[in-house]
Design a protein. Sequence first.
Lengths: 261, 274
Amino acid sequence: MGRGIGQFYPGMSPLHALDPRAKILASVGLVAALFLVGSFHGFLLVAVVVLSLLIVSRVPAAAFLRFLKPVSFIVALTFLFQALFSREGNILFEWGWLSVYEGGVSNGAFLAARILLLVLSAALLTATTPPVALTDGIEDLLSPLKKLRFPSHEVAMMMTIALRFIPTLDEEAQKIMRAQAARGAEFSEGGLIKRVKAIIPILVPLTVGAFCRADELADAMESRGYRGGEGRTRYRELKFRLRDGVALLFVVLVAVGGAVL
Amino acid sequence: MADHPSILCENLTYSYPGAESPALSEVSFEARSGEYIGVVGPNGGGKSTLVRTLNGLLKPESGEVRVFGLDPATEPFEVRKRVGMLFQNPDNGLVSPFVEDDVAFGLENLGVEREEMRGRVHAAMLSVGLEGFERRETHTLSGGEKQRVALAGLLAVEPDLLVLDEPTSMLDAAGRREVLERLDHFRGKKTILHATHHLEELFEADRILVLKDGELAADIPPERLFSDGDLMRENRLVPPTLLRLAEALGVPPRRTADELAAEILKRVRARSSG
């Protein structure tokens, strides 16, 4: 947790300056576009836009690669399955019982690229938006649902608290691990089952500790006058400016263009 | 409002569900505006329970609690506007990932307008010496700094009563000093109720309440408590180091290390010249 909370990279790029609500909606637009596009040209348009935005964000490429790392296995698996088991188009090559078809490879590449771009679209949002602004934006966007009794404030508050406590619990987990290691526990050796078994003695005290913390936090919040979203004001101001509208319109046009092409 | 004492407890009794004996039993005392009152006693004596009844976190089983004339059990929100509470572990009291958002949390709850909020957050940060920390992530701060953020959060609300529940018990020596120095600024300006295990933190208190097994064993000025060896022992209280040192050396008690050193030096010089 050396770098801090979430995946935010502070910066001064035009994307950092946008209103979080515009960015959330734009990300949803890009994700929708990636699902809707069927043609190669449409896909290419969305891909070029996403990749251009990565450059505009001025977030280091290494950071985006870190976002992709957890999905690399799924991407590889998707490609392999498509390439090996799809039987569309001409045969590219045969090797014993194995035959790879042209359609399989192109389908696999298309699906893999789609997953990568989906992750990058989400990464664009989290890398350029401070977590607090993100939760404020989500609360604001969900607020119309209050009429349907959707607890939008509570959802945002839960996210804020989660963000606040991730580093604290991480630190506590490290402490417990060190304490267990000092008494001879091994966490990095042995097979999968052995490792999972070694984690249980960490999870139990961590969970108990988290409940105690929750109790104390609730007391502190109440004593500071917290009573839900009713009558509450907000310290941070969200301003939806012209540039936010333009950025959102641009993404909508790209999404529509991608779907139509 | 001005006529009401800051705190009025009469025969206050509270039992935790399932407990055999009450955590607080028939506790009565009064705190007037601007008074600084210490609360001491062994663990389980009732300090935290007392503190929690003052802003409605716990509702008394019997007896009465009034804070500025208001009943915290029925009007907790009104009471919390005027009572700032500092807990033991600042790690579990900070709500927001960033310092300034956390300081603003209480003001947001009270529905304060944004412009006013900015000014009050800034003033509170200044008053605890944390200017420049606004955008810092709370988890990167030291224990003393975290507790000062929590204190800033209380001060932003501009409470008339500060209730401190062992606010230095989880801090290192430097962190303790930081927090105590900041709290010292409010002595006489706000009513303060300070529960602690460290008696030396209460040298300047107007009175000290001694709670043992939920009962109020004493309500006396600090010098009388410190000089009453039996009362101290009965309640498992350890006299401040300076007092023990002064007693061992046979010199009159002093409140600061500098004063004690000067007294010792004076005697040594008198003896060597004599």
